[in-house]
Design a protein around this ligand. Structure first.
Ligand code: AKB
Length: 316
């Protein structure tokens, strides 16, 4: 059991974690699994297993084959898409997690990572510097599944000693692939629109501020949490994580400061209601205290990193 298994490897975060784990441990120790192929040339350096993570038998076979020390269970349907098919979202967001926790309980995996989200919070949570511990009353099925998943993680840890670790990711901003089905996706699309010289159709109000983070910071946070001494971890639901926060109007202004013009056509839809129910920023003191978390990118840094990433050749 010395491999690193990424389930949901074809997604936005999966590809980034693949590159980071390949670099750190060698591609031969990374196993990729997804229902669809991983669209990146470096995926060919690691073993790929096609797997439906909602199928318990398929997951057991996968773990038998991959022999993972660490499993990154990333399969999810994000907030906006989840509202269009709530029961499917519930199944996809819960079943693979429960299969992973059971496999870890049975001793087939040493450590599990599972992503939670700012979507665990609802309209009654404090908007600014939202604390680690506050009421969790989300209004989306995605948020409901993340709150439930966090509690399952804590339950398996407390009751069975399963070493499962989790982060409440903000909107993740990366240049290697497009997100899909999220409420924060507009921010990635804004960079593509700006560099292609077309207007952005924005479904949020211009002033709707949300927590965001570069992929680089998110991947580093994930690896730092997974390497941290387990005894130092006081949070076994999921850690708050703050990178930076901006609204569409603030993103446009920062792009302009860095010499890139973007026109925006605002037409708020139901995703605005989701965004309005989420925090503007998070207090992440527990992550600082327990495993030394420190974000590297503020909003200007995020914009610089995205513009630099998107001006590179398509693959890398
Ligand atoms: C979404 O917008 O649904 C995700 C998230 C914040 O978890 N990016």
């Amino acid at each position: 059991m010395s491999n690193y298994l990424i389930v949901g490897a074809a997604g936005q975060l999966g590809i980034e974690l693949m590159l980071a784990l390949q670099k750190k441990h060698g591609p031969e120790r990374v196993v990729l699994a997804d229902i669809r192929p991983v669209d990146h040339p470096d995926a060919a350096l690691s073993t790929f297993v096609q797997c439906d993570a909602t199928d318990k038998e398929a997951m057991a076979d996968l773990v038998n084959q991959a022999r993972p020390a660490e499993m990154y269970m990333l399969v999810a349907m994000l907030s906006a898409k989840g509202e269009a098919s709530h029961l499917q979202a519930w199944g996809l967001n819960m079943d693979p997690l429960l299969h992973s926790l059971e496999l870890a309980r049975e001793g087939h995996v040493t450590k599990v990572f599972w992503p939670s989200s700012i979507a665990v919070f609802g309209p009654d949570a404090p908007k600014n510097c939202t604390p680690q511990n506050t009421g969790l009353h989300p209004t989306t099925v995605y948020g409901v599944s993340k709150v439930s998943g966090e509690l399952w993680c804590q339950y398996y840890h407390q009751k069975f000693g399963v070493d499962v670790r989790s982060l409440r990711y903000p909107g993740l901003i990366g240049f290697r692939s497009q997100p899909g089905g999220g409420t924060t996706d507009y921010a990635v699309e804004a960079f593509h629109a700006a560099l292609e010289g077309r207007p952005l159709n924005c479904y949020l109000e211009s002033t709707e501020s949300l927590p965001m983070m570069t992929m680089e910071d998110a991947v580093r946070a994930t690896l730092e949490l997974m390497e941290a001494d387990g005894d130092a971890l006081s949070v076994r639901t999921s850690y708050n994580l703050q990178g930076c926060s901006f609204s569409p109007a603030e993103l446009v202004a920062e792009l302009r400061t860095q010499g890139v013009l973007l026109d925006v056509l605002y037409a708020p839809d139901t995703r605005q209601d989701i965004a309005a129910s989420w925090p503007n920023s998070l207090e992440d003191d527990a992550a600082h205290a327990d495993w030394g978390w420190q974000a590297a990118h503020d909003t200007p840094g995020l914009v610089r990193a995205m513009l630099a990433g998107l001006s590179q050749p398509a693959v890398g």
